[in-house]
Design a protein around this ligand. Structure first.
Ligand code: AMP
Length: 455
């Protein structure tokens, strides 16, 4: 199967051939013919599957005929983050080399002036994050009544990030007669229910089961102690043939510390996380994508869905607490059929739990780095004195045991004397027992005097 078999024009087949694509990916094969037919799509595909081309290529084909009017975009692509929107815009530009189509990218953190100028000229494809699009709408700079094709990309992330009300508002501004392409990494019940609001009689397309890791990524795990993590990372960076790597941290504050530490050891690195300004983010990403800096230290929010061509390695400086994040992180490498390597540095008892959850999710054990350390024995915490304190779960178990005892004693006392427990008969030295049929609540009612009051 090649691209022209899908019904795409020779110019588009040429554009993808220029990019080195030899055959369509499964999501492209399944969705392009239906998009060209004008059908709505409910697609489940993760980034890295070639999802972007599966909607941009047929959109270019459809939009090739017709012209855009000022401030009335002909199609709209909504993406949850600035990086993803910028990435879709990048793909659109590459795929439309042989077409005269205009595009505008509306993302936050960038001046309104350039975006307004683009809108004034008229755009065939508007790519936007929901918040910035609404800002432009409220300023009267864009009208959405001419949008014939709507793409909602990464709907599951839109849901996670609380963007759905904005998306609903935007969709309310579009003509009801339109084509809608709705994509999400997974098709959970929540997502399906949500999609009902936007698509009509969609063609449901699913590729790659959720949370599966690509076979093209060789995964490795190494254990150390929390203080040894930076050294473990440096050892891996030195022993591996790293062309470019994303190194993930769980906390934003650890990112700059790690960048400084790596620089001190003569590794060049940039940071990427949500607290940076938009221009600093784009600048760091550009330097990394251009190969100017080989290492990017990133947080999950900044790096999920990013497409970095030919990324050789992913390192998890911290084991992600959410197993699905692991799949997304390592999915930055081994993309589009290329091979990649992923290393996870684990340390401490929490990581043992997280690694277990990841291995359960991906359905296999992550092989240990050759010559590396195995998981520490479980009593490491005891050595540091922590194990003497019962953990929350244990404490809960103890409470349950007490509760069970109470139930048991209540059951035992069942028929005889309601409310009397076995303990009721045990009195402390000098304590006056409560009368057997006492229903009173105060000392005066019961006549019972506890021992501590007699001391
Ligand atoms: P996406 O899932 O859209 O983020 O695409 C992931 C990567 O796969 C991007 O780098 C694309 O350029 C690349 N890609 C998309 N379609 C193909 C294809 N048919 N053949 C080879 N690479 C592709």
């Amino acid at each position: 199967m090649n691209f022209s078999d899908l019904g795409l024009c020779p110019e588009l087949s040429q554009a993808v051939a220029d990019l080195g694509y030899t055959a369509p990916t499964p999501i492209q094969e399944k969705s392009i013919p239906y998009v060209l037919m004008g059908r709505d799509i409910l697609g489940s595909a993760q980034t890295g599957t070639g999802k972007t081309a599966s909607f941009t290529l047929p959109m270019i084909e459809i939009l090739a005929s017709g012209r855009a009017k000022a401030r009335l975009p002909r199609s709209l692509i909504l993406a949850p983050t600035r990086e993803l929107a910028a990435q879709v815009a990048d793909s659109f530009q590459k795929f439309s080399t042989y077409h005269k189509l205009s595009m505008a990218l509306l993302i936050g953190g960038v001046s309104f002036a350039d975006q307004n100028a683009a809108l004034d000229k008229g755009v065939d494809v508007l790519i936007a994050t929901p918040g910035r699009l609404l800002d432009h709408f409220e300023r009267g700079k864009v009208l959405l009544t001419d949008v014939k094709i709507l793409v909602i990309d990464e709907a599951d992330r839109m849901l996670d990030m609380g963007f759905i009300p904005d998306v609903e508002r935007i969709v309310g501004l579009l003509p009801p007669l339109r084509q809608t392409l709705f994509f999400s990494a997974t098709l959970s019940d929540d997502i399906k229910k949500l999609s009902d609001k936007f698509v009509s009689n969609p063609k449901v397309i699913e590729v790659a089961p959720p949370a599966s890791t690509a076979d093209t990524v060789a995964q490795h795990l190494t254990w150390t102690n929390p203080r040894g993590k930076r050294e473990a990372l440096r050892d891996l960076l030195r022993s591996e043939d790293v062309k470019n790597a994303v190194i993930f941290c769980n906390r934003k504050r650890d990112i700059s510390t790690l960048v400084t530490s790596l620089k001190r050891h003569e590794f060049d690195a940039v940071a990427l996380h949500g607290d940076m300004t938009q221009s600093a983010r784009l600048d760091a990403l550009q330097k990394f994508k251009d190969g100017e800096v080989p290492l990017m230290i990133a947080s999950d929010v900044a790096a999920r869905g990013l497409d970095i061509a030919g990324l050789s390695h992913v390192f998890n400086f911290d084991v992600p607490g959410n197993a699905e994040d692991y799949v997304h992180r390592i999915g930055r490498t081994g993309r589009a059929g290329k091979s990649g390597r992923a290393f996870t540095i684990a340390a401490g008892d929490d990581d043992r739990k997280y690694v277990g959850a990841i291995e359960k999710l991906i359905g296999k054990a992550i092989p240990l780095v050759e010559g590396g350390e195995a998981a520490p024995e479980k009593d490491t915490a005891r050595k540091s004195g922590k194990a003497d304190k019962p953990k929350k779960a244990d404490a809960k178990a103890d409470t349950n045991a007490t509760a069970d005892k109470k139930t048991e004693s209540r059951a035992e006392s069942g028929g005889k004397g309601r409310g009397r427990s076995r303990r009721g008969k045990e009195t402390h030295a000098g304590e006056l027992p409560a009368p057997p049929d006492c229903k009173g609540n105060t000392l005066k009612d019961t006549g019972h005097v506890p021992a501590f009051l007699l001391r």
